[in-house]
Ligand binder design. Sequence first.
Ligand SMILES: Nc1ncnc2c1ncn2[C@@H]1O[C@H](COP(=O)(O)OP(=O)(O)OP(=O)(O)O)[C@@H](O)[C@H]1O
Ligand SMILES: [Mg+2]
Length: 222
Amino acid sequence: MKQAGIFITLEGVEGAGKSTAVASVAAFFSQRGLQVECSREPGGTPTAETIRHILLNPTAEALAEPAELMLLFAARAQHVAHRIKPALAAGKIMICDRFTDSSRAYQGAGRGMDRALIEILAKAAEQGLEPHLTLLLDLPVAAGLARAAARRGLTLRDRFEREPAEFFERIRAEFLQLAAQTPRIVIINAAKPLAEVQAQIHAVLQAKFPKIAARPLGEHHG
Ligand SMILES: Nc1ncnc2c1ncn2[C@@H]1O[C@H](COP(=O)(O)OP(=O)(O)OP(=O)(O)O)[C@@H](O)[C@H]1O
Ligand SMILES: [Mg+2]
């Protein structure tokens, strides 16, 4: 399937500001008259959202690590085939909260699973798809967990949020290493106040998509 649109992903540890950043990225494109679709992983299609529920909710039966890994990629395969690729084929800007880099960081570095297996599953799920740009929202682990906890209030922590701080330290380090070796990944200093984070995101989008940035701002819908 031809890929006419633009695929942008957001990555980072819990509470880094990914969901907040999705809105900033979406605004950049929609204000310039482009059609935007936002999604998240795991999830993004009805079946993938069902899998998300299994992945995030603590249950009596612990998830075996290979089961977690394969469920994540099963959800991603659904998302790519039935949502992301069709959106891109329709020329849309597809913005996704987490994608394969999260599996590299959480299951690879966090859980210590076989990197070669992760890449094989990624190849199968992605079917040649790759983000045009990935924004890595980076901040100290404690700050991210504090933000996530403040936002969550009294609701229960999900399966990942129950992990110890060391788990997230390994994940943060892996994200930074991935960014160092992958040109598509740009680091955003997410420890800054929201307005500064948004300014950094805007600067990256302007540099990466100068023609779109130059379009007049208008009252567009869609
Ligand atoms: N730069 C910032 N400074 C201070 N607070 C922020 C900033 N960015 C986001 N927040 C707040 O921190 C909380 C977490 O942000 P957000 O939900 O966007 O993070 P997330 O990376 O999507 O988290 P999760 O992984 O848990 O989904 C929210 O309450 C949000 O309003
Ligand atoms: Mg979020």
